[in-house]
Design a binder for this molecule. Structure first.
Ligand code: NDP
Length: 413
């Protein structure tokens, strides 16, 4: 029986709170803490049993530490924004408490794609005998575990992975992001880096796209994007020669984004507005719909897969591991759409595995560094069943279920 502290009461925090509350035999006491306590109270009121709520500004490691000392959690699930990762990790390292988050840490004034500051906590966590688990949402997160599983069970030599992410659902609004707008827009508009033939390469954002056949949702065009899991996968699975991330967007979404970028509304540097410094993207976030409120409006499916290439028993093999999630079903269960669901459920599973001992390993780890089996065995019971499909290895351009051809690559100037 454990005590769990969840920090962040947005869409993902709500899912994490529901998933913990569903398991009283594992999570005896739950505390939900966030910047705006009203949001914690709203989530608490939906849950099947009472939890504690606290107001917390997690930018301040000292305040996080004081809450940890007061509530005495066994583990902290951090689902606030990526700007709070470092202070929350610091507090956990000092207090000797297990830690799980769902994204790479970032800075408001600069897009940083680097785990260095988080990995640097490794020694502190090791000394305290506790585990820090980084970026365990879906992507990054579950897809990293899919890669570890493929390497362990499907390939002798795992050479390439394409992570393909399609949200085929619709919320019916002209423009809204499915998670924190600031993080979402920053990552889409960052230069698209990728790892190919053992080298890091880069293209301007949204210039390279390709069609993929997604499980259960069909053929869609997806865009090459920078994504944090590529960094840890290239480091911890050194035999991988290629690792790329692709995401689908609707035309409507891309048009809005282009206009917002062209008029300067996605800038992350402060501009002077009548003597007041205003960061356009942060202001835009205030105007956009709250992702946590999209749950009741979102219909359809998400389909996320890893398409693997490599060698097994001396022969070429291509295979796909995937999950399909239905927005309406997620909403029915926990009051959130599938993007928040597919992020919050894995984070809770990570905490369960640390607390049960399966993943209790002193230090700081990305998910692909740990044994994938206990995670894959329990992913279905967390509401995220996964499937595996063999693809045709004889056609090097094929990224689709065996027998179907669906690839065409487009470069937009
Ligand atoms: P939201 O913006 O909906 O929620 C973030 C929550 O964190 C809000 O409740 C917010 O408070 C709170 N918060 C922000 N700053 C602070 C602070 N200084 N102190 C305390 N609380 C704070 O985001 P999501 O729930 O959609 O996303 C949560 C995390 O999950 C993000 O890190 C995101 O990047 C990550 N994510 C990961 C995915 C993956 O697959 N790996 C996919 C989707 C998201 P307030 O209510 O006051 O604004």
């Amino acid at each position: 029986m454990s005590r769990i502290l969840i920090i962040g009461a947005g869409g993902v925090g709500r899912v994490a709170a529901h998933k913990c509350a569903q398991r009283p035999e594992e999570f005896e006491e739950i505390c939900l803490a966030s910047r705006t306590i009203e949001r914690c109270r709203r989530v608490a009121a939906e849950l099947p049993r009472p939890i504690q709520v606290r107001e917390l500004n997690a930018d301040d490691a000292g305040r996080v530490r004081r809450l940890i000392e007061e509530f005495r959690p066994d583990a902290v699930i951090n689902v606030a924004s990526p700007y709070q990762n470092l202070p929350i990790m610091q507090a956990c390292a000092e207090a000797g408490v297990h830690y799980v988050d769902t994204s790479m840490s970032d800075r408001p004034d600069k897009v940083v794609y680097d785990y260095g500051d988080q990995w640097a906590f490794g020694e502190h966590f090791e000394r305290k005998g506790v585990t820090g688990l980084l970026s365990l949402g879906f992507d990054p997160g579950v897809v990293n575990v899919f890669c570890a599983y493929a390497r362990k069970h499907l390939f002798d030599q795992l050479e390439a992975v394409d992570i393909i992410d399609c949200n085929a659902g619709s919320h019916g609004l002209p423009f809204a992001t499915n998670f924190d707008p600031e993080t979402n827009i920053r990552e889409i508009l960052a230069p698209a880096f990728y790892y190919e033939e053992g080298q890091w390469k880069e293209t301007p954002p949204l210039t390279l796209s390709r069609e993929f056949e997604f499980p259960e949702v069909g053929r869609r065009r997806a865009y090459l994007m920078a994504h944090e899991e590529l960094i840890s996968l290239a480091r911890f699975l050194p035999e991988l020669r290629t690792a790329r991330f692709w995401m689908t967007f609707t035309e409507e979404y891309l048009t809005h984004l282009q206009v917002l970028r062209n008029v300067g509304m996605t800038r992350i540097d402060p501009v002077d507005y009548e003597g007041v410094p205003v960061t356009p993207l942060r202001f835009l976030k205030k105007l956009l719909p709250d992702p946590a409120a999209l749950g009741p409006r979102t219909k359809g499916k998400t389909s996320i897969a890893c398409v693997f290439d490599g060698v097994k028993d001396g022969a070429r093999r291509r295979a796909m591991i995937y999950n399909v999630c239905v927005h309406e079903r997620c909403f029915q269960e926990v009051g959130s759409q599938a993007i928040s669901y597919t992020t919050g459920a894995p984070a809770v599973l990570g905490a369960r595995l640390i607390l049960s001992g399966h993943w209790a390993r002193p230090g700081v780890y990305n998910p692909e560094q740990l044994d994938p089996d206990p995670f894959m065995e329990r992913l279905g019971e967390m509401g995220l069943p996964w499937g595996m499909e063999e693809l045709n290895p004889s056609d090097p351009t094929q990224r689709t279920p065996a027998g179907e051809k669906a690839e065409s690559e487009t470069r937009t100037p």
